[in-house]
Design a protein around this ligand. Structure first.
Ligand SMILES: Nc1ncnc2c1ncn2[C@@H]1O[C@H](COP(=O)(O)OP(=O)(O)O)[C@@H](O)[C@H]1O
Ligand SMILES: NC(=O)OP(=O)(O)O
Length: 315
């Protein structure tokens, strides 16, 4: 029987631990643990492709570049995104290979620098909503807004962060390469939502200052490669309505229509959970039999067996 094909969207807590310093060394330690869970999915017989986030990481790369402006030119926004793809992909590639070897799984793991085309007229360029970099207090965020001209917004009740434009993904540039690699390797692709590029009339590509949402790109990838499941891994085991309120209800199963209703009622925070639910709805309705699962990295095996997580599918 053909193995079920699955795209994994790795959230921030798969790469960082809030109780550890935000260093490359700490990230590698967290990624090694994350790859144990990914190896379990492979061991269960799924064919996978991996997409990871980059919000905290790309924000810190930009902070570092801006801080060093007196000694070296500030790196352009798209290059910072490419740098985040490189070092996160490197950590996952190295760690997953090592963990798979312990289980005698020998398939190669390869990280692909991926560009994603966006529309230069996307209204997101005038309405920055994507949180990047560290969390700040309200006072710190106001200081950054004043001193550096950052746009800052509160992020899902967790503090304030710099926000940048996050245009919709329209096309994965390297999709044919990813499809070719799927049969013989485990691809890490579209990292950080891909490097955002616009296409000129002559077909040439140019990087733009934005960060694309990785869950929306994971959905695009899942459709393009004919996946059966879109698996979105984050900090929570299930999505909720009335989140963080006394009447919070955690949801195990949603039809596409249920999810659309809750989206309209504003239950999912923009910039964090909302894109995950939108991606899940888009994937579930893209073809009969497809489903999306939103759950915690630590509950992934149970969720794949239908014992945890939130499943979103067409009725
Ligand atoms: N309705 C909701 N249900 C569950 N979590 C929500 C909801 N609204 C906002 N959130 C928050 O969204 C977070 C996931 O978004 P985010 O941290 O940006 O994703 P990622 O794991 O990809 O980094 C959850 O950990 C939770 O704090
Ligand atoms: N690019 C992106 O969506 O990264 P996060 O998931 O870290 O926000």
């Amino acid at each position: 029987m053909k193995p079920k094909r699955l795209v994994i969207a790795l959230g921030g807590n798969a790469l960082e631990d809030k109780n550890m310093p935000s260093t490359a060394e700490s990230q590698l330690e967290v990624v090694k643990k994350t790859c144990e869970f990914i190896a379990e999915i492979i061991y269960l017989g799924y064919e996978i492709a991996i997409v990871h986030g980059n919000g905290p990481q790309v924000g810190r790369i930009m902070l570092a570049s801006e801080a060093a402006k007196d000694v070296t030119p500030v790196m352009p926004f798209d290059v910072c995104g490419a740098m985040s793809q490189g070092y996160i992909g490197y950590h996952i590639q190295q760690s997953l290979k090592q963990v798979m070897a312990k289980r005698n799984i020998t398939m190669p793991v390869v990280s692909i620098i991926t560009q994603v085309i966006v529309d230069k007229n996307d209204e997101a360029f005038q309405n920055p909503m994507k949180p990047i970099g560290p969390f700040y207090t309200e006072e710190e965020s106001k200081k950054l807004a004043h001193e550096r001209g950052y746009t800052v917004k509160e992020d899902a009740g967790r503090g304030y962060r710099r926000v940048v434009p996050s245009p919709m993904p329209t096309q994965i540039v390297e999709i044919d390469t990813i499809k070719t690699l799927l049969n013989t390797t485990i691809p890490i692709a579209c990292g950080g939502g891909g490097i955002p590029v616009i296409e000129s009339e002559n077909g040439s590509l140019k990087g733009v200052a934005a960060v694309i949402d990785k869950d929306l790109v994971a959905e695009r990838l899942a459709e393009d490669i004919g996946a059966d499941i879109l698996l979105i891994l984050t900090e929570v085991e299930k999505i909720s309505i009335n989140f963080k309120k006394a009447n919070q209800i955690d949801l195990s199963y949603l039809t596409v229509d249920d999810a659309k209703k809750y989206i309209e009622e504003g239950h999912f925070a923009p910039g964090s959970m909302l894109p995950k639910v939108i991606a899940s709805v888009n994937f579930a309705k893209s073809s009969p039999g497809r489903k999306a699962i939103i759950t915690s990295l630590y509950k992934v095996a149970d969720a794949l067996e239908g014992k945890n997580g939130t499943v979103i599918e067409c009725k």
